[in-house]
Design a protein around this ligand. Sequence first.
Ligand code: SF4
Ligand code: MG
Length: 321
Amino acid sequence: SNPVLQVSDLQVSYYTDLGRAVALNNVSFVLESGEKLGLVGESGSGKSTMALAMMRMIKPPGRIEGGHVIVGDTDLTSLTDEQMLKARLSKIAYIPQGAMNSLNPVLRIGRQMMDAVRAHTPKESASNIQERCIEALESVELKPSVFKMYAHELSGGMKQRVCIAIGILLKPQVIIADEPTSALDVVTQRQVMETIDRVQKQIGAAVILIGHDMGLMAQFVDKVAVMYAGRLAEVSTVRQMFTKPAHPYAQALISSLPNLDNKGVFRGIPGLAPSLLRLPSGCAFHPRCPHAMDICTTVRPELVTLEDGQQVACHLYTEKA
Ligand code: SF4
Ligand code: MG
């Protein structure tokens, strides 16, 4: 089958007064159409940077320094800025963290939705666009009356669903949602995830869900990618991740999940996340890794594919060790 998304060697750095911070370090992965990937990792591990880089929305002092993002047969990195504006929403949609709080308070929801479409299809009639917007509202299970409402008249969950509706207006092939459930209560979190699940099936898009709630995510995604210090540490199916996580960091994440034994107490992972300005040599996880070997302090492990398709960047799985 043909991957709908191919990310290869994506590299992003931020040039700060304190030096260069490599926020995304040669990240590569593929997604098949209709596939759902959960992207997890500590804050500062590069999850949001990855989303922004795929959308070509990295702002100075950040810079995309290399790599390709191919959606269908379009290499987004080769588009002009104007072409990229069109590709956003029509090929790849991004629902940023806190999107629901950035709805314009003084414009009706419908107006904001129509503006999003109009930028792409300036010749389409208003009634046509309106019809599309109402359809999108219905597919996230909001009543057509929401079209005429203002953001303050909606609950947090409803606002988040409006943002999802906007995201699917132009039926993109890839949808990226950054922490779509943060700041929502547990019941609403589930509903929002179910909404994403449903619209994803309707339009057949691939979805990347960014989050840190591995437990919630696991119920909705096919694969989980674990990021550490700007790199992919492991990419596995949900089943593999929960039954036999391969990377020591992924193992620590899984064992820190609340379960019956530890009565829901989140234990966290010993040690601090490294500063991107001063990444440890070799494997960036080595100062925190219970399995660190000599080679880990000097040689950076590449992402390799194991027999069962699990991908892991760790010397425990390379021949050099
Ligand atoms: Fe641990 Fe070495 Fe694997 Fe890094 S490469 S996760 S330090 S065993
Ligand atoms: Mg983030």
